[in-house]
Design a protein around this ligand. Structure first.
Ligand SMILES: Cc1cc2nc3c(=O)[nH]c(=O)nc-3n(C[C@H](O)[C@H](O)[C@H](O)COP(=O)(O)OP(=O)(O)OC[C@H]3O[C@@H](n4cnc5c(N)ncnc54)[C@H](O)[C@@H]3O)c2cc1C
Length: 412
């Protein structure tokens, strides 16, 4: 198989995980032709998971930030890219094969990779000041500056990012409340079997939770906010952090003719529908998942895997269907949570191990037909690796559970 001619110009829009990994993989696979990487942020590409974890707890020295870069300046130099950082793409003409840039110039492509990710879903509540959101390094720095002992922080949204911020904030001695309109939001993260243990973990660490109540307003200004809930309660806060999901960064593609439906819709090979030689990857892409239909997976491993997949398609002409590893992690206090595959609400799940007794657990999910489709583990990497192997060989849930029980017995 041979790839798209080496003399053809590859343009990548979005210089974060998916974008930089595409460029790196193209070079690793031997592609020597011109590659342009365009990124709206002026920063050297950095990793986002630490923004709600280690970086919040760091000293924000230059060294601690550098540790979370996805690439060093010298590695970037070796990639020999036409690098346009601090430059947003503002439009796409797929007939002329041209990307318009914020400075009024444009750049022609032969192959385009869209890797513009997502932005935090804007807060519907806009007091004078004091509402923070988290997507970028600057956002993380602004939140970290508010994490001082005694600060009253209300986190709106009990997803992974909101709960990670809550865990960091309480560690700094802040007075933290997490609000979410869903009665059991942590079930979305770890499933109903572990949700109450995760809520307990947060409350044991001092985080208060108000679940099943929505926010109707946030009034005031930084240092003196009132968060108004739909049950009539009012929470005083100095800072509110709103983490209510993200939206794909597709504004610049509005007139492109690509199919935009909660992301750039692609075929199974991650080719954007509506144009030739255009791929979409990472958080911005909505692609047909073999088990779950059209999805947008906003997870690190997916962005990295899709970058590798598309680089192989471009450099080697590999014409395949992207198959996801469906792997996600989150750190909350001393819990290392890993999920692999997915949970089918119509299927059954089996729990192996006991968090309260030995501090680790696995929950294996089956889909409605009884086939194993995923799992969540806490503090149990050996089980996670075993499950991943067994899912690949299509082992039944009972066999997976039995093998995990053997792990428990061997460790006893
Ligand atoms: C706080 C936080 C914590 C996370 N923690 C985890 C975790 O624990 N585990 C996990 O699996 N995942 C986690 N994620 C998700 C993971 O970071 C994302 O899935 C990953 O960053 C996606 O990479 P991406 O390159 O597709 O998009 P992004 O990282 O969003 O990057 C897109 C880039 O494109 C740029 N861009 C946007 N529009 C334009 C334009 N018009 N022109 C040029 N450039 C543009 C943006 O500025 C950005 O730099 C976390 C995300 C956040 C925000």
């Amino acid at each position: 198989m041979s790839g798209i001619g080496a003399d053809r110009h590859v343009v990548i829009v979005g210089a974060s995980l998916a974008g930089i990994r595409t460029a790196q993989n193209l070079r690793t696979l031997g592609r020597s032709g011109a590659i342009t990487l365009i990124g709206a942020e002026a920063e050297l590409p950095y990793d986002r998971p630490p923004l709600s974890k280690d970086l919040l707890k760091s000293d924000w020295s230059a060294e601690s930030i550098e540790a979370f870069r996805l690439v060093t300046a010298s590695e970037l130099g070796e990639l020999d890219l036409d690098l346009r950082l601090g430059m947003a793409a503002t439009g796409l003409d797929t007939t002329a094969r041209v990307v318009a840039l914020a400075d009024g110039t444009s750049i022609a492509y032969d192959v385009l990779v869209i890797a513009t990710g997502a932005t935090a879903r804007p807060s519907p509540w806009r007091p004078e000041s004091g509402v923070l959101q988290l997507r970028t390094l600057d956002d993380s720095r602004a939140i970290a500056q508010r994490l001082t002992p005694g600060e009253r922080i209300v986190v709106v949204g009990g997803g992974f990012i909101g709960t990670e911020i809550a865990a960091a904030a309480v560690g700094f001695g802040c007075d933290v409340t997490v609000v979410d309109p869903v009665p059991e939001p942590m079930a979305r993260l770890v499933g109903p079997e572990l949700a109450s243990s995760l809520v307990r973990l947060h409350s044991e660490n001092g985080v208060q939770t108000r679940f099943g109540v929505g926010v109707v307003d946030i009034r005031g200004a930084a240092g003196d906010l009132t968060v108004v809930l739909d049950d009539g309660a009012e929470l005083a806060a100095s800072t509110a952090v709103v983490g209510i999901g993200s939206i794909p960064a597709t504004g610049w593609l509005a007139d492109s003719g690509l199919t935009l439906e909660n992301g750039v819709v692609t075929d199974p090979g991650l080719r954007a529908l509506g144009a030739q030689d255009v791929y979409a990857i990472g958080d911005v892409a909505r692609w047909p998942h073999a088990g779950r239909g059209l999805i947008r997976a906003e997870h690190w491993t997916n962005a990295s895997d899709q970058a590798r997949f598309v680089a192989a398609a471009i450099a080697q002409g590999i014409d395949a269907e992207y198959s996801s590893t469906d792997y996600v992690w989150s750190d909350q206090y001393d819990w290392k949570i890993h999920t692999v595959g997915w949970r089918d609400p119509a299927g059954a799940s089996v729990v192996v191990g006991d968090l309260a007794v030995d501090g680790r657990v696995a929950v294996v999910h089956a889909d409605a037909s009884g086939r194993a489709c995923g799992a969540v583990t806490v503090n149990w990497v050996r089980a996670l690796n075993q499950i991943r192997r067994l899912l690949m060989t299509d082992s039944p849930p009972a066999v997976i559970a039995e093998q995990l029980e053997q792990l428990v017995q061997r460790a006893a």
